[in-house]
Design a protein around this ligand. Sequence first.
Ligand code: SF4
Length: 146
Amino acid sequence: MGPLRERFWELPLAELDRAEWEALCDGCGRCCLHKIEDEDTGAIEHTNVACKLLDCTTAQCRDYRNRKAFVPDCLRLTLKIVNEVPWLPPTCAYRLRADGKPLKPWHYLVSGDRESVVAAGISVAGRVVSETVAGPLEHHIVEWDR
Ligand code: SF4
């Protein structure tokens, strides 16, 4: 794999190579939280309960490479499905770029600082509990502000 191209995040998603695609993630951790879907209406409620593999203090996956072995239904976001995942947060870098919008100023690729996502209040680091200790999801419904 070659080096990431300069300002690759401004290219259409379809032009990104695998490493660039992976590097686009802002690391917010919001896609690693459980959601509750209403069977009848399809409405989605968000929770503050994290996948067992998420490090709740950093919002990073503790075994990203092998995550499918431990969490078979972990979503692998691809170009094909990025527009079909209704619960991606509006701030998600993939969603923004799929819509032709620029990354937010706090995205590390723009700010040059991996911690900007935390300072901007977007990261779930320190704001979630692991599914291993949370108990019923219904007790953890939250509205993420943005
Ligand atoms: S919601 Fe989007 S930007 Fe945030 S961690 Fe998930 S894939 Fe990355």
